[in-house]
Structure formats: C-alpha cells, structure tokens
Design a protein around this ligand. Structure first.
Ligand SMILES: *Cc1c(COP(=O)(O)O)cnc(C)c1O
Length: 409
C-alpha cells in the first residue's frame, strides 16, 4: 500500500513554509519515456558491430523510413535537434529577400532565437482562444509585403486549424511550415500530422513524446526539399568533398540517438496508453476541484495524452504564479504555460512590437502539471490531493505569506 508520509494537515506543513516536500524525487512535465532496455541495446548493437557511428548510418536510415511511414509522409530527414531542423527548414522554405516570420507569441520559449539564426524578424500574431494557437484569421492580420514564411506552431494540447492555414498560405503565396513538435501522434480531419503542408518539424528531445535523447526531424512530401535538407545538415555536401552551399553546418543525428528513438518508437503505443491513464486520473481528480479546469484532449482523433495543461479560473483562491511556486516547493515541477509570452520577454534579438491582449490575458492562466513516463498514477493522486488542500486553504496561505513579507520588511 502507498503511504502518504508527507501529508499536509496544516498550512505550515506546505514546503513553501519550510514543511517537508511532498515528493523526494522531482516530478516533472517532461515525457522522459523509457523504452525496453534490451530493445535499445539490440538496436545499438547494429551500429556498434558495423562500426558506423554517424554520417547517415544504418539506424538513422531505418529511423527515417519508420518515421515517414508513421506520419504517412513521403520523406523524413533527421537532425541533431528540433532547433536545427526548424532553422534549416525555415531557411530553405522562406521567400528570399523578405524579412519577417509570422509566429505566435504564446509559444516555445526559444522560437525567437531560431528566427535570429536564420536572419528573420518575428512578427508575433494573436492566438485563438479556443485552440490557444494561431489561426488563419490572426495570421492574416500580420501578412504584409515583408512576410517570408508562416510558422504554424501546434499548441501542446490538440492541434491548430490546419486546413485554413494551408489555404491562407496558398491564397497569399506564402509558405506555411508547421512546428508539430507537440503533435507527433495526433491527426486532424485531413489526415495524420506529418504529411501536411510544405513540411512539418518535430523534436526528439527527451522531454518530448518520442525520446531520442536529443534529435529532430522534418517530414515532407516534397522530394526536392528533402534532398536539400539532407544536404544542408551535413555541411552542404553533395557527394564527396563537393560543398555546394554556403554557411555550412553540422546538424546530423548520430546512431545512438537513432537507436533510442527507434526503441521508443517501438514502444509508442504503450506510452500513449499510459499517458491516457495518467490523463484520466487528472480528469477525474480535477473535475472535483473548484477553480481549476483541465484542458481536454479531442478524443475524436488519435492523441498522445501527453501534456497536462490546466486553467486557473477566477474562483481559485491563488494566482497561477503563486500556485506554481507552491507546487515547485513540493518538488512538483509544474510550469507556467509559455509565460511570459515572447513579445513580453526581454530578448537580445529584435522583433516587431505587438499588442496582443488575448495572448497576454491567457498567458497568466495556464499551468502544466507533471506527466510523462516517470510519473505514476499514485503520484498524480497526491498532486490532486495537494491541490485540493491548497484550494481549501488559499486565504490562509496568502495571509501567512503576507505576514512573512511584513516580518521581512
Ligand atoms: C522543444 C521544442 C522545439 C525544439 O526542439 P529541440 O529538439 O529541443 O531543439 C521546437 N518547437 C517546440 C514547440 C518545442 O516544444
């Protein structure tokens, strides 16, 4: 039986007031999926015996074939990270001599750095309240004669409205690249994520659904694009010692990362089933909690159930940020959802100033709760129990924090 040794009885038992943390080991929001170890070793033996460690080795090629088929796309090109997959896909697809990239502001924290590497200036667009992602409408408002590319980033629960974005791109003659990092397993009415638009970009960072330690890939149905991208990732070589592109760089995936990704790909149905169990515990637990609403996965289509995102409603006694701090002290590594939004961040790179009231309002409301392969359903029950406790004692928590502050002044 599970023993709740760190049960909170009074407010001072909270770790934020120096009580003992609920968890000894931190509970994170990263997937950290752990495949069958023997399977990982069996894959690794292949490249190890062949002595082919990198440079388009047997496992990288096998992984690219498997991923193309998984996503129902014609081609897959792997990279050392999602970052470089994105940067090279953007630089290949963008319209030359134009300077702006349209992207949401409520998105992945490093997105503006990626634009800087490819020499584009972000023009941040507003989001749609329903999907928490950009929409054809919000993108259209940002299109001008400088628009080089549209970066359509899927939100972390469900997908953006893909078809309208593709139609907008066609109508305006602007390439649409999808960042589908958070939608590896999902599908939309027109088909599986991965075979849509000009190209789609994915990450295999350990925190993502498909863990290859590190890594990224692009799927596309365009053979010319696939060829160009596979050249760009290896110093721009075409054949031996014939470097055909300037600004060459090394962005290849190596064999041991491919071995991990293949082992995890073999295991992906198991992972999604376990994610679903975790999600269902949250769904039940949070439905009994006033003031916190779980973002629901659209179960009409395949979904990974990976990310647990909750909205703090007005009848929750504490702010989102204070709630996150209280949870963090308990070793629950809850995180604010994409906050602050990129247009409110201090950045070394330039971007076009924007007023995005919906983004700003929503960026204060959401938090991510622990999930992934290392979080058990018992852990989740403890997290919910703690949230209940915080919800019931909110006023007291605030009073105590105010007192602490007064004493420090
Ligand atoms: C993580 C992430 C990336 C970057 O992937 P890395 O492999 O970590 O470089 C890009 N886009 C989104 C939405 C992400 O979450």
């Amino acid at each position: 039986m599970h023993v709740y040794s760190n049960k909170k009885i009074a407010v001072e038992d909270l770790a934020i007031f120096n009580g003992k943390s609920l968890f000894e080991q931190p509970k994170s929001t990263s997937s950290l999926s752990r495949p069958d170890f023997q399977n990982f070793l069996d894959y690794s033996r292949k490249f190890f015996s062949a002595g082919h460690y990198t440079n388009n080795g047997p496992l990288v090629r096998e992984l690219e074939r498997r991923l193309a088929s998984f996503h129902q796309a014609e081609h897959c090109v792997t990279f050392c990270s999602g970052f470089w997959a994105l940067a090279l896909a953007i630089s290949t697809l963008k319209i030359d001599n134009r300077s702006e990239i349209i992207m949401p502001s409520l998105t992945y924290r490093r997105m503006a750095d990626i634009s800087a590497w490819v020499g584009l200036t972000p023009r941040f667009c507003e989001i749609d309240e329903e999907t928490l992602s950009l929409s054809a409408e919000t993108v259209e408002a940002c299109i001008n004669e400088n628009t080089a590319i549209i970066l359509a980033v899927h939100p972390i629960v469900n997908c953006c409205k893909v078809q309208q974005l593709i139609e907008l791109g066609r109508e305006k003659n602007i390439p649409v690249l999808f960042d589908s990092v958070e939608s590896v397993y999902e599908a939309v009415p027109t088909g599986k994520i991965g075979g849509i638009g000009e190209a789609e970009v994915f990450s295999m960072h350990a925190s993502k659904l498909l863990n290859g330690f590190e890594g990224g890939y692009v799927t596309t149905n365009n053979p010319g694009l696939a060829e160009k991208l596979s050249m760009l990732r290896t110093f721009g070589f075409k054949g031996q010692d014939n470097c055909v592109v300037d600004g060459a760089l090394n962005a290849k995936l190596n064999e041991i990362h491919a071995a991990m990704a293949l082992a995890n790909l073999d295991d992906i149905e198991r992972l999604v089933q376990d994610n679903k169990k975790r999600y269902q515990v949250y769904e039940k637990g949070l439905s009994e909690l006033k003031g916190i609403r779980l973002l629901k996965f659209n179960q009409d289509f395949p979904t990974s159930y990976k990310n647990i995102v909750a909205e703090i409603l007005s009848d929750w006694p504490l702010s989102r940020d204070l709630t996150v701090s209280i949870l963090n002290a308990e070793n629950i590594l809850a995180r604010a959802y994409y906050s602050p939004p990129l247009h409110k961040k201090k950045m070394a790179y330039s971007y076009i100033p924007a007023e995005l009231p919906i983004t700003e309002e929503l960026s204060e409301k959401f938090l991510l709760l622990p999930c992934g392969d290392l979080v058990t359903t018992e852990d989740i029950e403890e997290v919910i129990r703690l949230l209940k406790f915080i919800g019931q004692h909110g006023a007291e928590v605030i009073k105590r924090l105010d007192n602490l502050q007064d004493n420090n002044e």
